[in-house]
Structures are given as structure tokens and as C-alpha cells.
Design a protein around this ligand. Structure first.
Ligand SMILES: [Mn+2]
Length: 459
């Protein structure tokens, strides 16, 4: 078993901070269990649930961390008799206890401990499988459901994980560096008449080399207008733009998340370059605005306004930029949120939804340009976010009279037809909020159009 990335002191410090927040409220933190694949005997590679990983640092299948109200304990299944044969030797409980600095106990003992108190918890994949005994908590634990009794635990973890500690920032940097290297490998592999899957292979090979994996399924697509396109079978053609949205996950579970869009031929066409520069200006304007105290929602406005101005400049839209944003006309081309939290999950704390990502009292806007926004908190130092505006020609949107009604004559379709060689463009970086502003953790990856073309020429 690989313990090389285990950071005992960072985990101990986080557990102490969580304990201080919980006081005498008991809490059970589940690692989750491997998910079945194909038959019940096959499993996907195990990755511990992020709250557990945050507090215990290792991918220990079926582990349960318990804050008893007085002390931390770790409950583990007894290793199967032939475990060493199939999966290698595992340290015994005494050795693990030494590593973690907490008592390590066999899972059956958890039942006695839990019987004494009501215990708060949060969902994890295959939660019931971990307990080896059904309904141990006397209630069903389901993803997306947060009973009132579990709210204090959720809120304590949200407060802690929103602001990254030094070990977390180191993890995000490691993920960001690997993500940049992977994108460069993908860029160098790009040429006409190969499949998307070949670029994906080159990109992910760089992560395998570092003993890392992906933090989500890589998007490597000439159909960039399909926002979460997970197909990789298309052939790359000379005039295509290739949209790559891919990120590393470190051994410790920290996520990278970057998007670039580059021309298969190595040269943007004039129309591609025009729209690329519109998205780039919008992204740069939003990144430049990141600093403590800024409301994240305002970045949606900044990016949308820049896109409105850019599209007016190209003759694709007419009218006033602020009205084009407010009326949802910009959202016809930029129909998603400008970014999200990033940490141990690529959409960090997504298991707790808007409770984590929206400040108390804030709810989703109903406005078309803002309702898809995943995050609306005021930024504070050591928060990490992505900034990822885009431009897409989505037939399902642009051909829908209902959705395009608000645009009226401000949408210049005859002019838009000249830009048919652009399906989707997105540009995304991972940004750390600092004491005075921000740091772009993924700035090493070229994004100015000439720099992208130069990098492709050099390969
Ligand atoms: Mn993202």
C-alpha cells in the first residue's frame, strides 16, 4: 500500500480543528467503499470520499473516522485472511494507530460505540457497505439529503474546506503543475487525421507518468459546444478547434482543472481568432478582478459584460452590453457558470451543493445568465476557484425560438453564419485567492493566441 503521500500532521491538525468546532457532538466520517464494476466481484479503483481524505489523508476502503465527542478513533474492517496474497501486506492496527496518532479499532466495535449516542454523518459512496451492518445509525444515509441533525457537521467542514491550509495549497499546486504538463503533452500530440482519443492518451500519459489520475473524465473534443462531451471518437480535421478540459488528481486527492482551446492545424482561422480573443479578454478580465472581498457572482457579470462587448465589436450582437447580459442574450452563447470552488473535489464541496457554494442567505438567481452559477460567496484568502468563460454555438439553443426570443433583432444571424468554424471555445485556469489579490496556479500553460500557435509550431 502506498503511504508516500500521507501527511500525518496536516490531517491531525484538521481533525483537531474540526473537533473544536463540533465540541461534544459525535460525528462519523466515512471513506466509502469501492464501487462495483461489471459484476459484484469487480470494482473501480478506490478513491476515498473527500471529507475522509481531508481528515485522514489515505484511501482506506470502508474506513470510518469517528469523533466521539471526546476523541478521534478510526474503525477499519479486519483484513481478509488472504488479503496479503491478492493486494499486498497491510500494516496491522497497531502500526496504523501509530501512523495516525488515533486509536484504530475493528469495524464490529463501531456498533457498540454508536449505540450509545446519536451521531451526525455525511453521505459517502457505498456508505452502507462500509458499516458491515445495515441501518447502524438508525436512519438511511442518502446523497443530496442533509437532515437537520447533520447540518452542524456539514457547516463545520464547509467552513474549513472553503479556505485551504498550507498542505491543501501544496496539493493544489502539485495538481496544477501536472495539469499544465498534461495539456502541453496533448497540445504537442495534436495534428489532423488522428482521433480525439490519441490526444487524450498523450495528455493522460503525462499524468500516469506522475502516478496520478484525472480529477474527472477528460473532455477532448472537436464538438466543444457539447459542454460535458465525453466522446473521444471524432477525427481531427484541419479547420477544427479542439477543446480540452482536463485536470490531474494527485495521489492525495487534490484536483486540477484547466481548459484550453487550440486549432488542430496549429493556426487559428481569422474567425476563430476573433472569437477566441473575445473569450480570452473575458477570462482575463474576470481573473484580474479576483481578490478578497469580491463577490464571486460579480465575476459572472464581468465575464458576461466582456463577452457582450466583444460580440458587439464583431457585429454578432447589437445593443447595450448591460442589457444584453440582463436579458439573457449573452447566455445564448455563454450558457454556464463562470467557475466553481476547487479543492479535493474538482467541483469542491459539491456533495453539499449550494449550502457550501452559496453564502448564507444567497440563493440561485433566476436570470438566464446567472442561474447556472455554481458559486456565490465573497472571496477570502486561500480560497481556490476556477475562471472559465466560454462561447458556444449550440443548435439546441440558437434554433429554439423560445430561448432566442429575448434577443429579438439584437442577434445578427447573417453575420453569425460567417463564424461557422467555431463550435465551442472555453478558457479556464485555477486561481488561488491571496491576501491582496490572486495567483493563477495554471498560468504556465499558454493561452494568448500567438503563444498557443508558437507552442504548437515548436512541437
Ligand atoms: Mn471547471
Amino acid at each position: 500500500m502506498d503511504f508516500s503521500f500521507f501527511d500525518a500532521s496536516a490531517c491531525a491538525e484538521r481533525r483537531a480543528r474540526l473537533a473544536a468546532r463540533l465540541g461534544n457532538l459525535p460525528a462519523l466520517i466515512a471513506a466509502g467503499a469501492p464501487r462495483p464494476r461489471g459484476t459484484h466481484r469487480g470494482h473501480y479503483p478506490f478513491r476515498a470520499a473527500s471529507h475522509f481524505l481531508y481528515l485522514f489523508g489515505l484511501h482506506l476502503p470502508k474506513a470510518m473516522g469517528l469523533w466521539s465527542g471526546e476523541r478521534w478513533q478510526l474503525y477499519l474492517p479486519e483484513p481478509a485472511a488472504d488479503a496479503a496474497l491478492w493486494t499486498g501486506p497491510v500494516p496491522d492496527f497497531a502500526a496504523l494507530s501509530e501512523m495516525f496518532g488515533v486509536a484504530v479499532l475493528p469495524m464490529p466495535r463501531l456498533a457498540e460505540t454508536l449505540a450509545r449516542k446519536t451521531t451526525s454523518t455525511l453521505p459517502a459512496p457505498e456508505f452502507e457497505t462500509c458499516l458491515e451492518q445495515s441501518n447502524l445509525l438508525g436512519r438511511e444515509i442518502r446523497p443530496g439529503v442533509l437532515p437537520a441533525a447533520d447540518e452542524p457537521l456539514a457547516d463545520a467542514l464547509i467552513a474549513m474546506r472553503l479556505v485551504h491550509d498550507a498542505a491543501g495549497i501544496a496539493g493544489l499546486r502539485e495538481a496544477a503543475d501536472a495539469t499544465v504538463a498534461a495539456h502541453l503533452a496533448g497540445l504537442r500530440a495534436t495534428r489532423p487525421k488522428i482521433r480525439e482519443s490519441e490526444v487524450r492518451a498523450a495528455l493522460e500519459a503525462e499524468l500516469c507518468r506522475r502516478n496520478m489520475t484525472v480529477s474527472y473524465t477528460s473532455i477532448v473534443s472537436v464538438r466543444g459546444e457539447i459542454l460535458h462531451n465525453e466522446d473521444h471518437h471524432h477525427m481531427l480535421a484541419d479547420g477544427d478547434l479542439l477543446l480540452i478540459d482536463a485536470g490531474a488528481e494527485t495521489r492525495g486527492g487534490w484536483a486540477g482543472d484547466v481548459t484550453r482551446t487550440w486549432p488542430v492545424s496549429g493556426r487559428f482561422s481569422p474567425t476563430q481568432r476573433d472569437l477566441y480573443d473575445v473569450v480570452l479578454l473575458a477570462q482575463a478580465a474576470a481573473v484580474a478582478a479576483v481578490r478578497p472581498g469580491l463577490r464571486y457572482l460579480d465575476l459572472q457579470g464581468i465575464a458576461s459584460h466582456a463577452i457582450a462587448k466583444g460580440l458587439i465589436g464583431l457585429g454578432l450582437l447589437g445593443g447595450d452590453p448591460a442589457e444584453l447580459v440582463a436579458d439573457g442574450v449573452v447566455a445564448l452563447f455563454f450558457p454556464h457558470g463562470v467557475g466553481h470552488l476547487i479543492g479535493l473535489d474538482v467541483h469542491d464541496l459539491d456533495d453539499l451543493g449550494d449550502r457550501a457554494a452559496y453564502a448564507p442567505g444567497r440563493t440561485r438567481s433566476t436570470s438566464p445568465g446567472f442561474r447556472a452559477l455554481r458559486l456565490d460567496r465573497d472571496l477570502v484568502p486561500n480560497m481556490a476557484v476556477t475562471i472559465e468563460p466560454g462561447f458556444y454555438q449550440v443548435p439546441a439553443i440558437l434554433d429554439d425560438p423560445e430561448r432566442t426570443r429575448a434577443a429579438r433583432d439584437r442577434l445578427r444571424r447573417e453575420r453569425l453564419a460567417a463564424f461557422h468554424d467555431v463550435r465551442g471555445i472555453r478558457i479556464e485556469d485555477t486561481i488561488l485567492v491571496t491576501a491582496n489579490g490572486h495567483e493563477d496556479l495554471t498560468s504556465a500553460l499558454p493561452k494568448q493566441a500567438p503563444a498557443v500557435e508558437n507552442a504548437m509550431r515548436a512541437s
